[in-house]
Design a protein around this ligand. Structure first.
Ligand SMILES: NC(=O)c1ccc[n+]([C@@H]2O[C@H](COP(=O)([O-])OP(=O)(O)OC[C@H]3O[C@@H](n4cnc5c(N)ncnc54)[C@H](OP(=O)(O)O)[C@@H]3O)[C@@H](O)[C@H]2O)c1
Length: 328
């Protein structure tokens, strides 16, 4: 990605394969996950692009190609997944050894590729940040996307609960319902009407946990719907504009609300073991055949800009990965 904008600034280039530095691993990438964070970087959203050119891609699956100095717990040729800080959308990617996890036998690499960012984030949102307890109600905004789909697949393994969602377009409701949501509504209707519908979907009760990647755009709705003691986890800013100030203290006190922030990128730096644990947990569920994660596979890196266009327009469906070595 050479400058802020859209697909017109994305190029597939032949570069020298990167070599791992101390504590790093080079991975021959079989599949790389696409994520909305790459679209935010492409748009040039503040705090998502440090400099240009930007090499996107934050999760990969493949085999260990080379080990950097001091890396002893992995071997060349081992199938692994890795949370890359950038540069995952490539044939060869670098990752910290601490964020590189062997793939258990029986887990296909195109599915494993969704673990380092997508599934790990979803597990951490529900458990660590969201403190989900079995039987609780959960509202997810952007229910039809990669994370939204993963919530529906993971929730039953955490004890199950009532799962409600919103999507940006009415045509996305059917897929989210098929994926396991109990009720899904398109946003854009009158907020009071949307709140009334969601409350009715939860039998008139407050919602225990809201997972919200919409910046502050839906925060008033979230707080209106929240059960006393409920939690709102803010984990994105999909619209990309400047977020509004957070609600005044009396609003939070009156709602008995917990407002939590979540950033996978920040955890990579400040608590990598937490992310690695979540990746292992996701892989274990996949290995046990307990997690059915639908994935759309793109052939070749040249197909990525058009898929990013879909995500940028809010038209993506579920989770996308790319096989970088395949011709488009
Ligand atoms: N904090 C973290 O560490 C972290 C980690 C992973 C993902 N996330 C966030 O979680 C969300 C889901 O990620 P994902 O990779 O699975 O992506 P995704 O859900 O497959 O795609 C992003 C979705 O954002 C919604 N959206 C809302 N406003 C939008 C706008 N103005 N322009 C474009 N899309 C808009 C769209 O769904 P609807 O229109 O249906 O809502 C779109 O499909 C993203 O917002 C992402 O940034 C955060």
């Amino acid at each position: 990605m050479t400058e802020a904008g859209g697909a017109e600034h994305s190029r597939v280039l032949d570069l020298e394969p990167p070599r791992p530095g101390p504590g790093q691993v080079a991975v021959d990438v079989a599949y790389a996950g696409l994520n909305f964070v790459d679209v935010m970087a492409r748009r040039g959203d503040a705090a998502y692009t440090g400099s240009w050119p930007h090499h996107p891609g934050k999760e990969v699956a493949g085999t260990v190609r080379a080990l950097g100095e001091g890396v002893t717990h992995l071997a060349v040729g081992t199938p692994v997944v890795a949370a890359t800080r950038a540069g995952g959308l490539a044939e060869v990617a670098l990752a910290d050894a601490a964020l590189t996890v062997p793939v258990p036998a029986g887990v296909p690499l195109h599915v494993a590729a969704t673990a380092p960012l997508g599934l790990a984030t979803t597990l951490l949102l529900l458990t660590d940040a969201g403190r989900f307890a079995p039987g609780e109600s959960v509202l997810v905004h952007s229910a039809g996307g990669g994370v939204g789909t993963a919530v529906a697949r993971l929730l039953p393994h955490l004890g199950g609960g009532r799962l409600l969602g919103t999507v940006g377009r009415p045509e996305k409701t059917a897929a989210a319902l098929r994926n396991g949501y109990h009720a899904v509504h398109a946003r854009g209707t009158d907020p009071a009407e949307l709140a009334a519908r969601l409350r009715a979907d939860n039998d008139g009760r407050g919602i225990d946990l809201v997972l919200d990647p919409l910046g502050t755009a839906a925060l008033a709705l979230d707080l209106d719907l929240l059960a006393p003691g409920g939690r709102v986890v803010l984990f994105g800013n999909a619209g990309g504009g400047a977020p509004d100030p957070l609600p005044p203290l009396p609003r939070l006190l009156g709602a008995n609300a917990t407002l939590t922030g979540f950033s996978h990128s920040s955890l990579l730096t400040h608590a990598p073991a937490k992310v690695a644990d979540a990746i292992r947990r996701a892989l274990d569920l996949l290995a046990a055949g307990r997690l059915d994660t639908p994935v759309t596979v793109l052939d070749g890196l040249a197909a990525v800009p058009a898929a990013h266009d879909l995500l940028a327009a809010g038209r993506g469906e579920g989770k996308y990965v790319v096989a970088p070595g395949q011709p488009s």
